[in-house]
Ligand binder design. Structure first.
Ligand code: DOR
Ligand code: ZN
Length: 428
């Protein structure tokens, strides 16, 4: 299979032609031509390495009414992703080699993005007994990221043991940092607004206390720690401090925490209920600054599809979580590129290179260079569109960006040289 991409701008730099053959970038240059195969005109399009998501809820097995590996893969490809890490809080939980292999196989069948299963840290996300981490690592799914996401591994002795195990497996614990004793009944960010709205607060310290503990545990064990969805200015400070000490800690921020604040709770629209909650404008500014200076390593979506009945209800009864895959890159363009905080090369670093490294994915997050796998996204940075939830590929509709105009349209996505998205349309 030969594909010639004409006039694309790798990392937003000078326009070149990119020749893709047999899944690999075969040539990069000016005025390339081919006698067979397909040619696509990429004039004005920025080319980046295919995006890698460290944090995607695909809901299969168990809640196929809200998302499946196939529908989530479609949403991912449309968002410019070529790999997603599928979170373990499925039903049954992905805490055995059998379940992670099932998810991995479904991803291969869908064939649109590499679906990389995350293994649970504890049996059933119960927080009391370590899951079979080694068997998941040795399985066909080759699990390297372990997480109880949705729940925090709150027992410090168990967290220490998990870090010791993942160290031996060259893996990482991705911690959902939430001290459960500090968030009982929590509904939104704890502050003036939660008091006024009469909703129980989720204090910043519940996140920060766990991060502080875990970076010290990671330092003690000499293991890698990844902090999921950091949401507060204090969390960024703690990660910065830990990195300065040489702790092997990485952190991610979600698109929604880069754009939205707790002001969204004013209308009691549960679309905006999420865990950790939307925070203050000061937190948003600190998260953007942390992503810009590299303290925060990655943007990860926490794509969390939910059924209508779990969102179109009273705030306190609603499930936390929001969609993210299809708009993540647009939100990053809006909050980080158009504001001058990140270059395109840095976007590639935070959305592809570093997430691939954290997940130990050897064939993702590679540079746009001859001989590299042709995992690419081509986007039109100038195009602007209003988000219409009805038009999303996801099975769920809980997008926090509904009705919002955002810049940056994914035009084409390539997985190993095959077009998963062509002209904004998913190919399977
Ligand atoms: O808002 C959230 N939703 N946060 C989580 O940690 C889990 C996720 C989910 O699974 O819906
Ligand atoms: Zn989480």
């Amino acid at each position: 299979m030969t594909l010639l991409i004409k006039g694309a701008q790798p990392y937003g730099e000078d326009a070149v032609d990119i020749l893709v053959r047999d899944g690999v970038i075969a040539a990069i240059g000016e005025d390339l031509s081919v006698s067979t195969g397909r040619t696509i005109d990429a004039t004005g399009l920025v080319a980046l390495p295919g995006l890698v998501d460290l944090h995607t809820h695909l809901r299969e097995p168990g809640r196929e009414d809200t998302e499946t590996v196939l529908t989530g893969s479609r949403a991912a490809a449309l968002g410019g992703y070529t790999a997603v890490h599928a979170m373990a809080n499925t039903d049954p939980v992905a805490d055995t080699a059998g379940v992670v292999e099932q998810v991995w196989r479904l991803g291969g069948d869908a064939g649109l993005v590499d679906v990389v299963p995350v293994g649970a840290v504890t049996v059933g996300l119960g927080g009391t007994q370590l899951a079979e981490l080694g068997a998941m690592a040795d399985s066909a799914a080759r699990v390297r990221v372990f997480s109880d996401d949705g729940k925090c591994v709150s027992d410090p002795a168990l967290m220490r043991r998990a870090l010791e195990y993942v160290k031996a497996l060259d893996g990482v614990v991705a911690q959902h940092a939430e001290e459960p004793r500090l968030t009982v009944g929590a509904q939104m960010h704890e502050g003036d607004r939660s008091a006024r709205l009469g909703l129980t607060g989720w204090p910043a310290v519940a996140e920060e206390a766990i991060i502080a503990r875990d970076v010290l545990l990671a330092e003690h064990v000499g293991a890698r720690l990844h902090v999921c969805h950091v949401s507060t200015a204090g969390s960024v400070e703690l990660v910065r401090w830990a990195k300065s000490r040489g702790v092997e800690v990485t952190a991610e921020v979600t698109p929604h925490h880069l754009l939205l604040t707790d002001a969204q709770a004013e209308g009691y629209d549960a679309t905006f209920k999420v865990n950790p909650p939307l925070r203050t404008a000061e937190d948003v500014a600190a998260l953007r600054a942390g992503l810009a200076d590299g303290t925060v390593d990655a943007v990860a979506t926490d794509h969390a599809p939910h059924a209508g009945e779990d969102k179109e209800c009273e705030w306190s009864a609603a499930r936390p979580g929001m969609l993210g895959l299809e708009q993540a890159l647009s939100v990053v363009v809006d909050t980080m590129v158009d504001t001058g905080l990140l270059t395109w090369r840095e976007v590639a670093d935070r959305m592809s290179v570093r997430p691939a490294r954290i997940g130990r994915l050897a064939h993702q997050g590679r540079p746009i260079a001859v001989g590299e796998p042709a995992n690419l996204v081509l986007l039109d940075p100038a195009a602007r569109a209003v988000v219409d939830p009805a038009a999303l590929a996801s099975k769920s509709r809980n997008s926090p960006y509904a009705g919002r105009e955002l810049p940056g349209r994914v035009v084409h996505t390539l997985l190993r040289g095959e077009l998963s998205v062509l002209d904004g349309k998913v190919q399977k």
